[in-house]
Design a protein around this ligand. Structure first.
Ligand code: SAH
Ligand code: SF4
Ligand code: F3S
Length: 453
């Protein structure tokens, strides 16, 4: 058994975890293949945030069921693994490996057990001494790298499985974060994304005792690093110092993802979100009053148990007031072990859909309006690739907006020449609800060692 396939669901933390798993497997002598039918070891790194995400993995597992036992071994990793544990063996008896995210350092051991023919291998302890050092991480993107700075979650939102699937909060020392940032810069990475379920709840466990704002600022000073992003921020722990850091350090991306969930204080209280609508709006004000223009994005849950029409209207009003740059809207989904399951007045599915659509339509109009304001301005894009179908280069602005563009001198990748990985100044000529488009006017400095432009 020496070939493996891995499919990843869920958030960026999971995407980064998969990079760690892939690195470890390659180190153990495995070869990665692109299709599950070609692999001897098939892994699903799973998400359990909503019911649909959880169902997806069980339907995937059905696909190749008949091949189990014929030399094919199946493993379930990530949040569904941690949540369901050994029950997975009952729901999908052909699965041999079940391991949660805190067990990936033990993966070599677990593989030895699998290779010895063991049919029920588990790694399910939520070991809080888990180290963040990832010597074998195989990163997917050669220009932008994730760094996990805090694992787990100590909040207890009434709808959410994450505290169960990822365990309690553990922060990593500032020294080890900065060391990883510096070594990534040496490898040619220019963009870093700091990750945590609540990234701004970060607390340096070493005597330096840095808070998140300090760590963010210092990461932004790493020589060679041009952009630092961070996600996800929790409103309760969002302090003014973060806005001040962004204002004072141009390497920090002027984009904050600050999930509000609801605009109604009474719903927020039943969600156990630990802030009121006013608390949240104060944080929005700090950002709107910043020197730099900060893009603000959010998550919203519609149809939380007991959400009245009045509550929903308050969410709509909040969305109108804030005018987010982008918004993820989710219908409340019942999750195992969470307090909201026991709440009364669950909202019918059609009503959740109606509320979702109202918000979506409003948000679309806001995005059209906001994005139109960029036409005629010059924005810096970090180039991510080339789209052969549209004949455009694909880039992303510091505010996390997609910016597609054409280049008169290099209409597409040719003879080893590419713009991917460089930073390009783009004159924005068009705008839609979800992206901007423009023309390349100049390449900026420092496009990284060895990159032909
Ligand atoms: N830690 C982050 C969010 C992590 S989960 C925070 O607290 O803001 C990502 C998003 O999934 C959440 O912001 C929420 O909007 C959504 N979500 C979580 N549980 C959900 C559920 N049971 N049903 C619907 N959406 C949910
Ligand atoms: Fe879930 Fe709340 Fe923790 Fe976010 S803060 S991960 S929503 S429990
Ligand atoms: Fe999903 Fe787990 Fe992330 S539940 S959203 S993969 S932390």
């Amino acid at each position: 058994m020496k070939t493996f396939y891995i499919e990843t669901f869920g958030c960026q933390m999971n995407a980064h975890d998969s990079e760690k798993v892939v690195g470890t497997l390659l180190q153990e002598g495995y070869t990665q293949v692109d299709r599950p039918d070609q692999a001897e070891l098939v892994l699903y790194n799973t998400c359990s945030i909503r019911d649909k995400a959880e169902q997806k993995v069980f339907s995937r597992l059905q696909q190749f069921k008949r091949e189990a036992g014929k030399g094919k071994v199946f493993g379930v990793l990530g949040c569904v693994a941690q949540q369901e544990g050994e029950r997975i063996f009952e729901r999908a008896p052909h699965v041999s490996l079940v391991a949660g995210s805190a067990s990936y350092t033990k993966l070599p051991d677990l593989l030895v057990q699998l290779e010895a023919g063991n049919r029920r291998v588990t790694g399910l302890s939520l070991d809080t001494n888990e180290t963040f050092d990832t010597p074998y991480t195989r990163r997917d993107n050669p220009h932008r790298a994730y760094i996990t700075i805090i694992e787990g979650c100590d909040k207890s939102c009434a709808y959410c499985v994450v505290p169960f699937t990822r365990g309690p909060e553990r922060s990593r020392t500032s020294e080890s974060v900065l060391r990883e940032a510096a070594s990534l810069a040496e490898l040619g990475y220019t963009e870093i994304q700091l990750l945590g379920q609540n990234v701004n709840s970060y607390r340096d466990p070493s005597p330096a005792g840095w808070d998140f704002a300090r760590l963010l600022d210092e990461t932004g000073k790493t020589p060679g690093i041009r952009r630092v992003r961070f996600t996800t921020s929790h409103p309760r722990d969002f302090v003014k110092g973060i806005v001040e850091a962004i204002d004072g350090n141009s390497a920090l991306c002027n984009h904050v993802h600050l999930p509000v969930q609801s605009g109604s204080t009474s719903v927020l209280s039943r969600m156990q979100r630990l802030y009121t609508r006013d608390d949240y709006m104060r944080r929005i004000e700090w950002m709107k009053n910043a020197r730099r223009s900060i893009a603000i994005t959010t998550d919203i849950i519609v149809g939380f148990p007991g959400e009245t029409e009045q509550d929903f209207k308050e969410t709509v009003r909040l969305a109108e007031e804030v005018e987010y740059d982008s918004m993820f809207i989710f219908k409340y989904s019942k999750r195992p072990n969470t307090p909201a399951l026991e709440y009364e007045d669950h909202i019918p599915e059609e009503e959740k859909t109606r509320r979702l659509m109202i918000l979506q339509e409003l948000q679309r109009a806001i995005q059209i309006r906001r994005n139109a304001a960029y036409v005629g301005t010059i924005e810096e894009a970090h180039v991510e690739g080339y789209n052969t179908a549209t004949g455009q280069w694909i880039g992303r602005t510091a505010q996390n907006k997609t910016l597609n563009f054409i280049d008169a001198e290099l209409p597409g990748p040719a003879e080893g020449r590419t713009l991917t990985g460089t930073y390009a100044d783009i004159l924005v000529t068009r705008a839609g609800p979800n992206s901007l488009a423009g023309e390349h006017i100049a390449s900026t400095m420092n496009n990284g060692p060895g990159r032909a432009v």
